[in-house]
Design a protein around this ligand. Structure first.
Ligand SMILES: NC(=O)C1=CN([C@@H]2O[C@H](COP(=O)(O)OP(=O)(O)OC[C@H]3O[C@@H](n4cnc5c(N)ncnc54)[C@H](O)[C@@H]3O)[C@@H](O)[C@H]2O)C=CC1
Ligand SMILES: O=C(O)CCC(=O)C(=O)O
Length: 426
């Protein structure tokens, strides 16, 4: 018995993150043997909102930006997921990112569904005032979408605590009271959680160390290359180095930086914050391209920038023994077979970068009980959740004889499908 659904035509990029997400979803759904009805229930987003946002720029000109929010699922609980500001944002990307949030929350077993938002804009070319007007306008447009029990946004590429503060303020003004639990990743003074800023990079580190343990690799004799030196990549680099790993290469949009004796990550972080968030001009390292970084002879590769950077054109040149995905969707489905064929262990995005949403969940819990946990409690609980999730996915990969990526989808789909059956409704 099938269910009809007319699929909107996907944008035909060379690599489309929605197609990458769906091809893994299809493979895991087949292995699990879910029904066709359940397949469509899990596949079709619950809600997709597109808004036009007219903003007065500093020049006086009015520019209209397109904003998106996709709620993929609210089966496990209120929808959760970040907001991205990037010129490349489009509906298919947001749909893929929203579905990845559903699978991610299920993998780490936290009571949220999945959502994602984005605005096609270039934060590097906008003033603070323009960014603020855009974020506030987006919040107003999404007043009936967001809510502490409905859909709870957070930071993603191009956004951070400052943007979350504007969102919280605008939402609170509209409701006539302070509602800090409507968004996570806020500044500490507004009810943000200790540990949230570093949480995703910390989770990447826990995932990497767990994988090293399985491959009997000693962190003190291990090298790493990290693509992207923003919130995720920078903290992953810092914490991996703290645990003994030699971080030989880092990069951002300005290019790559390589030093075979190891880059001083503290110095790179200090440089970046004094240089408007960019590594441009950082010395103490040789300049390389972002493409060269991916094929360095390191043990661990951490893509922590954006989607599809590892694809069928460059997968064969990767020399790392393991890839720990800090970014969402950094490996396109077209590269999976090549990577698996080379015997590279991939700790997939929906597991490896789940530390961020885990501490976002802690932030939401703290806001709702009106209490603040200390950093030690947060880190211990988040590390435990990450380690348990890693072990669950690793065991599933052994049981089904599949990659960690497919195993993570199997864990997630099984969890969401069985929860749906308990709730009933079809
Ligand atoms: N912030 C968070 O808590 C979480 C973020 N993620 C994912 O991690 C990735 C990075 O996010 P954030 O660190 O938050 O963003 P961010 O905006 O803080 O940093 C992004 C970094 O990537 C660099 N970058 C952009 N394009 C690049 C390219 N083509 N080559 C090399 N570097 C490039 C930027 O210069 C910047 O250093 C995204 O895929 C995001 O969805 C996943 C889970 C949680
Ligand atoms: O912290 C959150 O709620 C979501 C973070 C996010 O967007 C992600 O994990 O990709």
């Amino acid at each position: 018995m099938g269910m009809a659904y007319i699929e909107p035509a996907p944008i035909k990029d060379k690599e489309n993150p929605l197609e990458s997400m769906m091809s893994r979803f299809d493979a895991a759904a087949r292995l699990l043997g879910i029904t066709e009805e359940m397949y469509h229930i899990l596949k079709v987003p619950a809600r997709q909102v597109i808004v036009g946002l007219p903003i007065t720029m500093d020049s006086g000109e009015i520019k209209v930006f397109e904003g998106y929010r996709v709620i993929h699922s609210n089966i496990l609980g209120p929808a959760k997921g970040g907001i991205r500001f990037d010129p490349g944002v489009h509906l298919d990307e947001v749909r893929a990112l929203a579905a990845w949030m559903t699978w991610k929350c299920a993998v780490v077993d936290i009571p949220y569904g999945g959502a994602k938002g984005g605005i096609a804009c270039n934060p590097r070319e906008m003033s603070v005032g323009e960014m603020e007007r855009l974020m506030r306008q987006y919040t107003v447009a999404m007043l009936d979408v967001f809510g502490p029990d409905k859909d709870i946004p957070a930071p993603d590429m191009g956004t951070g605590p400052r943007e979350m503060a504007w969102l919280m303020d605008e939402y609170s003004k509209a409701k006539g009271m302070t509602v800090n639990s409507v968004v996570t990743g806020k500044p500490l003074v507004l009810g943000g959680s200790l540990g949230r800023t570093e949480a995703t990079g910390r989770g990447v580190t826990v995932a990497a160390l767990s994988a090293m343990d399985k491959l009997r690799m000693n962190p003190y004799r291990t090298s790493a290359a990290i693509q992207g030196f923003g919130n995720v990549g920078m903290h992953a680099a810092d914490l991996l180095q703290e645990r003994g790993v030699t971080v030989q290469a880092i990069s951002d949009i300005s290019g790559g930086y390589y030093n075979d004796r190891g880059i001083d990550i503290t110095a790179a972080m200090t440089y970046r914050s004094a240089n408007n968030g960019s590594l441009e001009g950082f010395n103490g390292a040789e300049r390389i391209s972002n493409e060269e970084l991916l094929s360095l002879p390191v043990d661990v590769l951490v893509p922590a920038a954006k989607e599809d950077v590892i694809n069928q054109d460059n997968a064969a040149s990767i020399q790392a023994r393991m890839i720990v995905e800090g970014a969402n969707g950094p490996t396109s489905a077209s590269a999976d077979e090549i990577i698996n064929g080379k015997g590279i262990l991939v700790v997939p995005d929906i597991l490896a970068n789940a530390g961020g949403v885990t501490v976002s969940y802690f932030e939401w819990v703290q806001n709702r009980i009106g209490y603040k946990w200390n950093l030690d409690r947060i880190n211990r609980r988040a590390d435990r959740i990450m380690k348990d999730a890693f072990d669950r996915v690793f065991e599933t990969s052994k049981k089904y004889q599949v990659s960690m990526r497919l195993a993570a989808y199997i864990v997630a789909i099984d969890k969401v499908a069985s929860t749906y059956k308990y709730r009933g409704g079809y």
